[in-house]
Design a protein. Structure first.
Length: 757
């Protein structure tokens, strides 16, 4: 279940560290697999040997870890007593409120104790304990415990297996690692026994707590029918404000989560496969407004609605905001899509994934569902098209399934009225005066859309009540609501960034809808985590962040093509240029894609020019949006670029400042609504602003690195530079290579300043 495994991982880490006083390591040979018949005995032996020597100065941590060792050793009566002592100590502390993460082990330990002492079958003992414990909890806390109890055994198994493999090469184990391993084993054992019992118990508890209306159908003339589920807390004193998510995915049903937080939870999705076909983006605003008006008229509604969502459901909230009904009082979205901005194109460049996605969401044949998950087949299609040199419009024909929706999108390469009517545009932002929360990440694919909504809203309504929360998160973290570990794709994440983003969103909603206090992390307009500094900062605007921007010139000095050139603080008075040639007819690189590692020890120079600064004399913070001006001469009327930024540390590691790289079709750099072609054969300049934010404290001695790449890749539209409709260009238009000269008058402006001592 979404959001569950991160909680359990955090629980294990919380109980397992930091280590107590140094003690002698224990002899230990880890089994090869969780499924080994000897594994339970090996873990029991480890726990029994550790119990007599275990020490920990913190009383709460001692009791928690002691109970885990006792359970692993099979002494459930003693473990039950230890957990009762722990509850007594914590009952007046915030961390020990009912429903805390330890509740799951309170229930399990007591049930196993009853099984031992009263000779009850475990299912009966667990049901009795569960009913007693959960009945005392609030809706919010009961929901949290039920989420944890629904952890799938494969996830807990994988975590335990991973720790076994780490320990396998060693023949001893220190006490800290032993306790961590015991907690992972206990989690696996607990959820394996509990999972089959939870569903019926949860259903019984839900019937006591909530009023549920399933499969309400709201027909809308000439539109797909809306399927709606409403869940309300029975304990509510009167009508409630509603939280609404409108999705295209039937599985996105968080109505109970909304109700557990004290709202009328409304989850809706649009029927697909009916007589009226589903068309992405074009009519969602109408469905959203119809839903809001319907909610406002219900007897359980107090007439106020807040829309929430991620991805597509984040877009539907913004679609409603173009002409918001009076009942719409707030919006809280994470990584929302923005059609025409980041989907189906990004930076004006169409992505093959949009063709795949458009087929998937409009598919009405269940037998084809599995084909959409076959990544290898789609990579093969990309490479086949790339090698063929055929126009981009032929992608669907080559797959054998032309898609009129994708072709319709290709007919609108500019941000014209087709896209403008789907979400607020220009003056519509000026009239949007409800509170809005936008959550995004430095490594989130959807960051350009989130920043577009935020910046446009503030541009046309400088006093808008719009809050941005952004940190070192990618799409997976945004979806789950928290980091699963201290490392994100080999990138070490600061402890300060390890927030529960979903709970933070509910705290913001309570502020917007109920007048509750605003959480500290959301009291600024831009709230951002400074990677490497382990702290959060706040700023009133991107302009304020750019006040101390440092300019770096793209100096042509260096050791030649294919190696790095200088990012120089001073412009070279002698004009020079770096020459670059891109051969469109060369398709030997059909299997190549730009790397996406967040941390690496080398950079790929394929179709790219690298620039790096001198070592920084002081630790320096880079926070905000990178801007720049490219001074160049090219023999084509257009070209596509992508720009990546790194910190090159003295250790030799390259750390990305944002990801994916910023993509840009130069003819749309000045204006995404109108295309302005380049002047072939003339020296010219184009300014740009990277539509991805970053914040990082660069170490003293590190270098700032920029990778400037001409885009020619199998999973993107290829711009051959004729100035015609790019989707209609083919390899025949690329007989002449693209030749560009980057002059050293080019520069980037990096928003940052030296860290004061």
């Amino acid at each position: 279940m979404r959001g569950l495994w991160p909680m359990v991982t955090a629980l294990v880490l919380c109980f397992a560290g930091p280590p107590w006083s140094v003690a002698q390591d224990l002899e230990f040979q880890a089994p090869a697999s969780v499924s080994d018949a000897a594994t339970p005995g090996v873990m029991r032996d480890l726990a029994e040997r550790l119990l007599p020597v275990y020490q920990e100065p913190d009383p709460d941590r001692y009791l928690a870890n002691l109970s885990a060792l006792q359970m692993a050793a099979g002494d459930y009566v003693a473990a039950d007593a230890s957990r009762e002592s722990l509850r007594e100590r914590r009952k007046h502390a915030d961390s020990g409120r009912p429903g805390s993460r330890g509740t799951i082990y309170d229930v399990y330990a007591h049930a196993k104790s009853l099984e031992t002492e009263d000779h009850l079958a475990f299912p009966e003992a667990f049901q009795r304990t569960y009913d007693e414990a959960i009945a005392r909890l609030s809706d919010h806390d009961a929901y949290a415990v039920e989420e944890w109890l629904q952890l799938s055994s494969p996830e807990s198994r994988d975590d335990f297996q991973s720790l076994l493999l780490q320990q396998r090469p060693m023949d001893t184990i220190n006490q800290a690692d032993a306790v961590k391993l015991v907690w992972a084993y206990l989690a696996y054992q607990t959820y394996r026994e509990v999972s089959p019992l939870v569903a019926s118990l949860e259903a019984k508890d839900d019937a006591r707590r909530y009023a549920t209306d399933d499969e309400i159908l709201i027909p809308i003339p000439w539109r797909p029918t809306l399927h709606v589920r409403v869940i309300r807390p029975k304990g509510a004193a009167g009508p409630l404000a509603a939280l609404l998510e409108l999705s295209i995915d039937p599985s996105r049903n968080f109505a109970k989560e909304y109700a557990a937080h004290g709202y009328a939870g409304v989850a809706a999705y649009m029927e697909r496969g009916c007589a009226i076909p589903f068309v992405p983006y074009q009519h969602d605003a109408e469905e959203a407004r119809a839903l809001i008006l319907w909610i406002a008229k219900q007897p359980w509604s107090d007439g106020r609605v807040a829309m929430v969502g991620e991805g597509y459901s984040g877009f539907t909230a913004w679609a409603a905001a173009a002409r918001p009904p009076a009942a719409l009082k707030a919006i809280a979205t994470s990584a929302p899509l923005a059609p025409g901005i980041d989907m189906p194109m990004v930076g004006g460049i169409f992505e093959n994934s949009a063709y795949r996605w458009s087929l998937q969401v409009t598919n009405t044949d269940p037998s084809l569902d599995a084909s959409f998950a076959d990544d290898a087949a789609w990579r093969a299609l990309n490479e086949k098209w790339y090698r063929s040199g055929r126009p981009y419009r032929d992608l669907g024909r080559m797959f054998g399934r032309p898609n009129p929706i994708f072709i319709r999108w290709l007919n609108h390469p500019s941000y014209d009225r087709f896209w403008q009517t789907m979400v607020p545009f220009r003056e519509q932002f000026a009239h949007l005066d409800i509170p809005i929360l936008t959550t995004s990440g430095y490594f989130d694919d959807a960051a350009p859309a989130a920043l577009y909504y935020f910046s446009q809203h503030l541009r046309y309504n400088p006093h808008a009540d719009h809050t941005l929360l952004i940190g070192p998160y990618d799409g997976s973290v945004i979806q789950h609501g928290s980091l699963t570990s201290a490392v994100l794709r080999d990138y070490a994440i600061d402890p300060a960034a390890r927030l529960d983003l979903r709970e933070l969103r509910y705290q913001w909603l309570d502020h917007a809808m109920k007048g509750a206090q605003l959480p500290q992390q959301l009291r600024g307009r831009i709230n951002y985590q400074v990677m490497g500094a382990n702290e959060w900062q706040q700023a009133p605007s991107f302009e304020a962040l750019a006040a101390d921007a440092q300019r770096y010139y793209l100096d042509a000095s260096g050791s030649g093509a294919g190696s790095s050139h200088r990012l120089a603080r001073r412009k070279n008075p002698k004009l020079a240029a770096i020459a670059q040639t891109i051969r469109f007819k060369d398709r030997s690189d059909a299997g190549w894609l730009p790397p996406t590692d967040l941390i690496t020890r080398s950079l790929v120079t394929h179709n790219a020019v690298l620039y790096q600064s001198d070592p920084l004399p002081k630790a320096t913070r880079v926070s905000g949006l990178v801007k720049g001006r490219l001074d160049f001469e090219v023999n084509k009327m257009d070209m596509d670029l992508n720009i990546a930024m790194y910190e090159l540390r003295s250790s030799g590691e390259y750390l990305r400042l944002f990801n994916p790289a910023y993509e840009l079709r130069l003819s749309y750099a000045a204006d995404r609504v109108h295309r302005h072609l380049l002047k072939a054969g003339e020296r010219q300049a184009v300014s740009f602003t990277v539509e991805r934010m970053t914040s990082r404290q660069l170490e003293k001695g590190s270098r700032l690195v920029m990778v400037l790449r001409v885009s020619k890749r199998p999973d993107r539209e290829i711009n051959y530079g004729t100035g015609a409709d790019v989707s209609e260009e083919s390899m025949a238009d690329g007989r002449a290579p693209l030749k560009v000269r980057w002059f050293n008058d080019s520069y980037i402006e990096v928003p940052g300043q030296a860290v004061p001592r």
